[in-house]
Design a protein around this ligand. Structure first.
Ligand code: AMP
Ligand code: MG
Length: 326
């Protein structure tokens, strides 16, 4: 697989289309139109719309592809959701002709929740809370073969493209191919360039990125770790796998996701880390869990064999793992 492979071209085009849809909805959305899934996490018409577009484009090109994706159409099909389903169909129709509401549901349901030897992992909107807040979010798509991530794409429609101009133009797409490096381009598909992690070699010079949501990781543990390593720069809190992207382009040095104490039974979802991890690694970074184990993408939709996440520029990885043991 290279940059011109059908998989890569299709996935990038799908992520770009989904980004445009999400930004359109974000502009139109009033807070009242978000709603809560039964597990309490917010989901919007954008999650469904992005999943419909991406699944449809992948299956059109690869009819037998397995796509493991976060959403399904169950709730959307409820009679009291018909207005929302109509909205999803309306937005999707701007990108591809939709003949019926049922058709949109069937595209969303190309997504399944069981993995195979070779499958796509999709989070149509990673960081939905960031999306709703007007902060960062990402469309995350990865191709996984025998537990190894071969291709990762993160479209970040609301992320500044130029590190030196944080108030400048927004919208960028990161992608990486196994063994072939990591790249950033703009959402028009132009200005493609290779990206690399920072060369910071002294922990005291490091910059940490972590979740905005304080219940997604133990931020107090992050503070203690920063003190142990004499890190004085403030950490950068950001939603979604955009954190992997900014680490891969050298803007920050460490991404910490330390789980709450041993009682925390939370296991990470593969679609929350597959695309980001290959983008950080191919840019020269290292990705493990907080006790140094490689991420395991071969145990189904949950990363059962991992606890938390540590991403670094590689150079600082062992020092951070050691400090995490203390
Ligand atoms: P972030 O924006 O980095 O905080 O990550 C967003 C992701 O966190 C969502 O896609 C969720 O799947 C995931 N998430 C939800 N609850 C938790 C939790 N208790 N611990 C860690 N991650 C979580
Ligand atoms: Mg997510």
């Amino acid at each position: 697989m290279d940059q011109n492979s059908p998989e890569v071209m299709t996935a990038i085009q799908a992520a770009i289309k989904a980004s445009v849809l999400c930004e359109k909805i974000r502009m139109d959305l009033s807070a009242g139109e978000s709603r809560l899934k039964s597990d309490g996490s917010p989901v919007t018409i954008a999650d469904y719309g992005a999943q419909a577009i991406i699944c449809k484009l992948i299956r059109e090109m690869f009819p037998n592809a397995t796509i493991v994706a976060e959403e399904d159409s169950r709730e959307l099909r409820r009679p009291d959701r018909s207005r929302i389903l109509g909205q999803v169909a309306g937005y999707v129709n701007a990108f591809m002709p939709v003949s019926s509401l049922e058709e949109v549901c069937s595209w969303i349901d190309f997504g399944s929740n069981s993995t195979t030897d070779r499958f796509w992992a999709l989070d149509p909107i990673d960081g939905t809370k960031g999306f709703l807040r007007g902060d960062q979010y990402a469309i995350a798509l990865a191709l996984i073969e025998k537990g190894v991530v071969k291709l990762g794409i993160l479209a970040c429609p609301h992320l500044y493209a130029d590190v030196h101009r944080p108030l400048g133009e927004k919208g960028c797409l990161f992608f990486a191919l196994k063994g072939k490096g990591s790249f950033q381009m703009d959402l028009g598909g132009t200005n493609k360039r290779p990206i690399f992690v920072s060369k910071v070699a002294s922990p005291s010079e490091a910059v940490i990125t972590e979740s905005v949501e304080s219940d997604h990781a133990d931020h107090l543990a992050h503070r203690r770790l920063a003190q142990r390593l004499n890190i004085s720069k403030p950490s950068l809190r950001m939603d979604s796998q955009a954190k992997y992207g900014i680490l891969a382009r050298g803007e920050v040095t460490l991404y910490l996701r330390v789980p709450f104490s041993a009682e925390s039974e939370y296991k990470e979802n593969i679609w929350d880390h597959a695309a980001g991890s290959i983008i950080a690694e191919e840019a020269g970074g290292r990705v493990t869990d907080v006790i140094g184990r490689p991420l395991d993408f071969s145990s189904g939709i949950k990363m059962e064999k991992n606890d938390g996440i540590l991403v670094s520029n590689g150079i600082l990885h062992e020092a951070v793992l050691k400090a995490l043991e203390m």
